[in-house]
Ligand binder design. Structure first.
Ligand code: IMP
Ligand code: ZN
Length: 338
């Protein structure tokens, strides 16, 4: 089954650029040559959910100590595209939060990522379809540059095929809820598609308020309660599920306890994704394999293969790509032998 999943076309709808850094690249660029071992040491299994989450964010700070120049951001981007392309991903939605590196602007940061996309695609030899694109992240710890980020995304998407929307992420224990709502309402007012990390901590009031922003999709949804599920059904909000990430960050202890993926009342679509493939040492094939072995384990192999195909088709439809590209990709997947 794993070989089948690896070769079958796949869609990634939830992955953070810097969190995808290869271990070898992190070790090469970081001053501390033991950095990945250091990260392992504090991502230990003994912590509670809040501590584990804080430790994930400490890890991102260490990654940022390595990805310090625009040249490195371009190289990082190229490697992430290569890794997903090598496992036959056909849509790669990458999100990344704004940074001001070496005295450059947010626009320069995003232009470097886009340049790397262009270079990668123009030198690519594979004949299979591959559509990478970007979402600009509103970081909960840096809401003060949220509006600027949305404006840059809006400007760039007008003449650039790689910019498709925005998203909310960052440490769930940071950020003023009213400011977040204001930013999401602003995004809505200029019709820019968006998805949001919601319910990564226990806070029913915040969870409901964020769902009421009506994102097209939700990331994680770990602590969504019954009322939240009702609202997700009402507003047709699909869910990006990142199983390895949730287990490493102690949000769930096992896949059976994922409150959305294993919730019979939830009517939306599920997308199994990596979140941070470098930090969590996973890949898209692995995430789908875990999903099949947990949520579809009682089906025979041919039905499991059909599930992989359905997940791919659902992902194509839920992507922020244009309708003609979706149509092309659906035809490609439909023609693929199971
Ligand atoms: P970047 O946006 O490319 O710099 O990727 C890393 C950033 O993604 C982190 O600093 C966080 O802000 C965000 N991020 C990655 N994983 C998570 C998550 O599970 N929850 C919330 N934010 C996340
Ligand atoms: Zn995430």
């Amino acid at each position: 089954m794993k070989e089948f999943i690896k070769s079958f076309p796949k869609v990634e709808l939830h992955t953070h650029l810097n969190g995808c850094i290869r271990e070898e690249t992190l070790n090469k660029w970081h001053k501390n040559k033991e950095v990945t071992k250091y990260i392992d040491s504090f991502m230990s299994p003994e912590t509670n959910s809040k501590e584990a989450m804080e430790n994930c964010f400490k890890s991102f700070d260490l990654i940022y100590e390595a990805t310090t120049t625009l040249e490195r951001i371009k190289q990082l981007t190229k490697e992430v595209l290569e890794d997903y392309d090598n496992e036959n991903c056909i849509i790669l939605e990458i999100r990344t939060s704004p940074r001001k590196l070496e005295g450059h602007s947010i626009l320069d940061y995003y232009n470097s990522v886009i340049e790397s996309f262009k270079e990668y695609l123009s030198s690519r030899n594979k004949k299979t379809p591959f559509y990478p694109y970007l979402l600009f992240s509103i970081n909960r710890s840096k809401l003060e540059i949220g509006k600027e980020t949305i404006d840059v995304a809006n400007e760039l998407r007008k003449n650039n095929n790689f910019v498709k929307g925005i998203e909310l992420s960052g440490n769930p224990y940071r950020g003023d809820i009213n400011k977040i709502i204001e930013l999401m309402n602003y995004a809505k007012s200029i019709n820019i598609p968006f998805t949001m990390h919601i319910a990564e901590k226990i806070d029913d009031d915040e969870m409901i308020k964020l769902i009421e922003c009506k994102p097209l999709r939700m990331g994680h949804g770990i602590y969504v309660n019954e009322k939240g599920v009702e609202l997700m059904n009402k507003y047709n909000i699909d869910c990006e599920i990142c199983l390895t990430s949730n287990i490493v960050s102690r949000s769930i202890d096992k896949c059976d306890n994922h409150p959305i993926a294993s919730n019979k009342k939830y009517k939306g679509k599920l997308f199994f994704c990596c979140d941070d493939k470098g930090l969590f040492r996973t890949c898209l094939t692995n995430e789908l394999f875990i999903a099949i072995n947990n949520y579809y384990k009682d089906l025979d192999e041919s039905k499991q293969k059909n599930i992989i195909k359905k997940l791919c088709l659902d992902g194509i439809n839920a992507s922020f790509l244009e309708d003609n590209i979706k149509k092309e990709l659906i035809e490609y997947v439909e023609s693929y032998k199971l």
